[in-house]
Design a protein around this ligand. Structure first.
Ligand code: SF4
Length: 682
């Protein structure tokens, strides 16, 4: 079989990427095309193992001219991948052959279209009869590749895995292309401490060349589909990014609405019998939230009597495996004291003032550093955190989120290209904006149902109708009006979910008198009575807590959007405004009730925060430093709470759920899945 032709002018493919391509084309695409990489335990071990090998200078003696006894000894074309614990055989004609080792050898070939860094090359030198002469030429060479795992157990003994076979095979071909005599290579598996030899046949060489061509074709196309419930995925470091089972699950057909599957939501709703309602809303004379709020709660509104719309439902079969940890295993470190210095000492972050060290945390335990007020941060610490991809967020003492510092880390350019194109096209952006608002309204309704002392039927009906109205909103102003109407209804009823007011205290057995007295004293100034949402500045304790919670959630959504590869400032629902992370605010809509509002209710109702924890400055009401510290704990606890994912049926933290929503949004924008589905608790 003739070898496939290669384009010698194309960029050289790293041999390591061919290894990934053979393991999984999608993994190759992520790493080689999109520049995405993530370590797991296996890759970290592999990187550590390579430290010594990578320390070499890469010097390789010049090749000697080939002779009859250094050409391939495998003319029969049989592949040999048997156990081998012996060193390379000594060529017969050599009186005193010498073997040397070259490490980290870089070789490329325009003809093959590949480049490789060879861990180690065993070089058998031409014998030198001249004592004291310079090192001789390389008579034959043998590449040795180091792998962390174990070889495959084949029928005839230990074998190379295909991914290792291509990597080593490419190295052998590269050495030959560069003039060396090379008949075999070796992979050393550290786990079993075994060498497995590979003598490529003509068929192997053809296979290698075909894989190179196939990898190039793959890189020019769109991302390959994920493997189907493959046992490779749980070992793949990119599984949390790739989400193979989730993507396949959402790609599968939607029962009972096949014809509506690819249609925009209003068309789907029409197909499901909602055309009259869509028209009614399109013809609505007003987008005034107050007028809409009254209309949405009315029993007379004809379309409110209809059944709820059905969002597309995935019908994937088989279990969706959770191939990621349910939550991150690192922590957010809040610096909440103005005037402190934040520095680095070795691998530790130190917070200190004139009195000495106030707090310290190991950088490897850090998920995020949040700085409130005017602390001084050393450049050395900023550089280290950028390098380790630990973001630093900045807030005013009042909780205003100023922005972030983070390392380069911007990968996944295709996601951003599609994001910008969608944001620029209202026809494409509006269906997604509707779903963000729909998710928020549904979750607000769920929160009221679960927590209100007596859930008011009119409000529940209005929120349900508002959610339906959001799905059929014909344009952005209408959608904003519907969202505003829902917010009016919701916030009018938030007070019914607050159960930690002073007049409840008599009914609380065991409440210490001193605490009760403290609360009563403080409440001369502050109460948890809540009538309406106000901000900039918040003018009462509940609004102060809501503003701070929304600020923290904006920060976390910004970090998640960046981690997935989005530009958080280009929104699909929220329009661009200087300094506003619009895309963070878009996806955040679904999580406002579930994370932010829920944190506020828990903090108040469980007396983590009392009226004594607030101060007033002018019109603004703010938490004291001690109160803020307790509120951060409540917020982080909520983010870490696990919830059963409504689509995938496995447990994840809210923090992870936010990240998953951004990944699903990215899949929707790139066309891998057809419809974004908001995160809604049951
Ligand atoms: S998780 Fe599975 S499908 Fe996804 S890149 Fe890794 S091996 Fe491929």
């Amino acid at each position: 079989m003739s070898a496939p032709s290669l384009d010698p002018t194309a960029d050289l493919l790293p041999a390591r990427m061919l290894n990934e391509f053979v393991y999984c084309p999608r993994l190759f695409y992520y790493e080689h095309v999109e520049g995405v990489f993530l370590h797991n335990a296996d890759t970290k071990r592999g990187a550590a193992d390579h430290t010594r090998v990578d320390a070499g200078k890469g010097d390789l003696p010049e090749p000697a001219a080939p002779t009859s006894d250094t050409v391939s000894e495998n003319p029969a074309g049989e592949s040999t991948t048997a156990d081998s614990k012996t060193e390379i055989e000594t060529p017969s004609r050599s009186a005193t052959p010498e073997t040397i080792h070259a490490r980290s050898v870089m070789l490329g070939s325009a003809n093959l279209g590949v480049v490789a860094k060879l861990d180690l090359v065993e070089v058998t030198l031409e014998p030198s009869f001249d004592f004291g002469a310079a090192p001789g030429l390389a008579r034959s060479v043998c590449p040795v590749e180091y792998k962390a795992g174990a070889p495959r157990e084949g029928e005839t003994g230990r074998e190379l895995w295909d991914a290792d076979r291509i990597q080593l095979g490419v190295q052998i071909l590269l050495l030959r292309e560069n003039g060396y005599t090379c008949t075999e290579g070796v992979v050393f598996y550290r786990k079993t401490r075994q060498r497995v030899r590979f003598v490529p046949t003509a068929a192997d060489e053809t296979w290698i060349l075909q894989r190179i061509v196939a990898a190039r074709d793959c890189a020019r196309g769109t991302i390959p589909p994920p493997l189907d419930h493959s046992p490779k995925c749980p070992r793949c470091s990119l599984a949390p990014i790739c989400m193979p089972d989730e993507t396949r699950f959402l790609q599968d057909s939607i029962p009972d609405a096949e014809s509506a599957r690819s249609a925009p939501i209003p068309t789907q709703l029409s197909l499901l019998g909602f055309s009259a309602e869509a028209n009614a809303l399109a013809n609505a004379a007003t987008t005034d939230p107050a007028v809409l709020a009254a209309a949405l709660g009315s029993e007379d509104l004809g379309w409110s009597q209809l059944p709820e719309p059905r969002l597309p439902r995935p019908a994937g079969s088989g279990e969706v495996r959770r191939l990621m940890a349910p939550d991150v295993d690192t922590k957010v470190f809040y610096v909440n004291t103005p005037g402190v210095a934040i520095t680095r000492k070795g691998e530790t972050v130190i917070v200190k003032d004139q009195s000495g060290t106030l707090a310290e945390v190991r950088i490897k335990d850090l998920h995020h550093l949040a700085v409130f007020g005017s602390a001084q941060i050393s450049t050395a610490l900023i550089q280290t955190l950028c390098e380790k991809e630990v973001p630093i967020s900045y807030f005013s003492m009042g909780g205003w989120f100023y922005g972030l510092t983070r390392g380069h880390g911007l990968t996944n350019v295709f996601t951003r290209i599609r994001q910008f194109a969608t944001a620029a096209d209202p026809e494409k952006a509006l269906p997604l904006a509707r779903l963000f608002v729909y998710g928020k309204l549904r979750n607000q309704r769920t929160l009221l149902m679960r927590n209100h002392v007596e859930p008011p039927p009119v409000a529940l009906r209005a929120l349900k109708n508002a959610a339906t109205a959001a799905l059929v909103a014909p344009d952005l102003p209408t959608l904003l009006g519907v969202e505003g109407a829902g917010a009016l209804v919701y916030f009018r009823n938030v007070s019914g979910m607050i159960k930690g007011r002073a007049d409840d205290d008599d009914e609380l057995p065991g409440l210490e008198e001193s605490v009760a007295t403290r609360i009563a004293d403080a409440q001369k100034d502050f109460t948890f009575d809540f009538t309406t949402r106000n901000r900039r500045p918040p003018r009462d304790p509940v609004n102060a807590l809501l503003s701070l919670a929304y600020s923290l959630l904006t920060r976390d959504c910004t970090v998640a959007a960046l981690a997935v590869g989005f530009d958080p400032y280009v929104g699909l629902y929220h329009q661009p405004r200087f300094g506003r992370p619009s895309l963070a605010l878009d996806v955040m809509e679904e999580f406002r009730p579930l994370v932010a509002d829920s944190t506020v209710l828990t903090a108040i109702n469980n007396r983590m925060i009392t009226p004594g924890d607030f101060v007033r400055a002018g019109d603004a009401v703010n938490l004291t430093p001690a109160g803020r510290k307790r509120f951060f704990l409540a917020y982080e606890k909520r983010l870490g709470d696990t919830v059963t994912h409504p689509l995938f049926d496995y447990k994840v933290s809210y923090r992870r759920a936010i990240e998953l929503q951004y990944r699903l949004l990215a899949r929707t924008l790139t066309g891998e899945i057809e419809c974004y589905l908001p995160f809604m608790t049951r």
